[in-house]
Design a binder for this molecule. Sequence first.
Ligand code: UDX
Ligand code: UDX
Length: 458
Amino acid sequence: MTFKKNILCIGAGYVGGPTMAMIAHKCPDYKVTVVDINPTRIAEWNSDDLPIYEPGLDTIVTSTRGKNLFFSTEIERGIKEAEIIFVSVNTPVKTFGAGAGMAADLQYWERTARQILECSESSKIIVEKSTFPVRTAFAMERILSLTKNDIHFDVISNPEFLAEGTAIKDLENPDRVLIGSRETPSGLQARDELIEIYANWVPKDRIITSNIWSSELSKLVANAFLAQRISSINSFTAFCEKSEADITEVARAIGMDSRLGNKFLNPSIGWGGSCFKKDILNLVYLCRHYGLDEVATYWEAVVNINEYQKERFVLTMLSAMFNTLAGKKICLFGFAFKANTGDTRESPAIFIAKKLIDEKAELVITDPEALNNAKIDLNDINGTISYIEDPYEASDGCDAIAVLTEWEMYKGLDFKKIFQSMIKPAFIFDGRNILKHKQLFDIGFNVFPIGKPSLTHF
Ligand code: UDX
Ligand code: UDX
């Protein structure tokens, strides 16, 4: 079959994989190839056991793979054949040199740009899919303009707003698709080519365009606002615990104000995931770079409150359990940074697990999807940790349960049975407020929710 266009995506991660699967699914006349430097990852994408867990992803991949969706390690060939290249490589926080701990590490991105330059034999559209610092497109254009022949590259910014766990739903029915371009004739033409792809399934009024810098910045601002909202509600959990107010009641009351809305008001042990911290720190770094210290300090506080929230959770456990956790067995319900994913990047569970081990507690970790990643995250930790998929078996003989991920399955467990198998007094720390606290208390548990009064038998 001959295809209308060849699309390439460099980077087969949580963003590149699902996004390209959706494009292939919705645009059968485009050939979509996803390449990655990691051959194991590509082999997994080509197997029945995909490298990431994402509800609905299997169905889309199996229906398109081998037809118009291909996963490969042949990066050079992919570049040569493509008319449109999405760049979806990771942009972690820099761990060395200037800006260490804050700025984005752009080495993968630059290497990718140089590889595109070296291998290209025809003009192409380059789409920034990864979240990059503002004005990365400028640097990318500079590198790609080093071409020796008359090949031309148009760089477009098209940030991805999908959230893990709901990636397929988000991709299928996005609130908006944002495309930022140069306002030159070829920039606008490149923008229109991208619009044509998305218009296969996204209503035209949800495909919005902007200048390229606004597009890059919008992604950072969106993540900063989302994280700020959670840090805001989490900051008030501390206040509620002191004042006997109830955060669920407060969230409901403020969320009914149509100006505020009721989403992203779930109190938690803190937000995690690969994006929020990295993107806000990057924003803070950029603010300082531009001499905007007050703006930098404002956004940095969003991260600081998140660190405080994680710390506070452990201190609550410590103080509730008579100020000593040494030798006590604590079961962590969930390790993923949120439900419906096996991803543990920046999961608050990592911090909490390490702190509990510092207190000499013994840990049993249960999670339906994230145990393999949890083992990797805690690999270098000196302490007693076991990993058990069945929550009943995991909590057997424990002193306490700490709910760290809001998995739906935890709500339906038989807590009477769990209580009977635990050491007494038995504690539950509900770091996501998903359980029925009064019922647990009536069973005999000492219950510590987030941002509401604790229910104790002593
Ligand atoms: C990443 C970034 O974290 C995020 O900011 C950005 O918006 C999109 O890319 P994610 O897809 O979750 O998000 O990252 P990851 O799962 O690590 O995938 C990146 C992939 O790129 C990896 O499979 C890695 O092997 C690959 N890669 C990296 C390359 O193919 N070439 C490189 O030079 C570097
Ligand atoms: C986020 C953005 O939502 C998405 O648009 C962007 O593309 C990538 O970053 P993601 O990190 O995958 O997506 O998940 P998200 O649903 O935003 O959750 C992030 C963290 O916030 C999780 O740890 C989650 O548990 C936490 N959270 C979310 C809360 O603590 N309370 C809430 O009300 C919502």
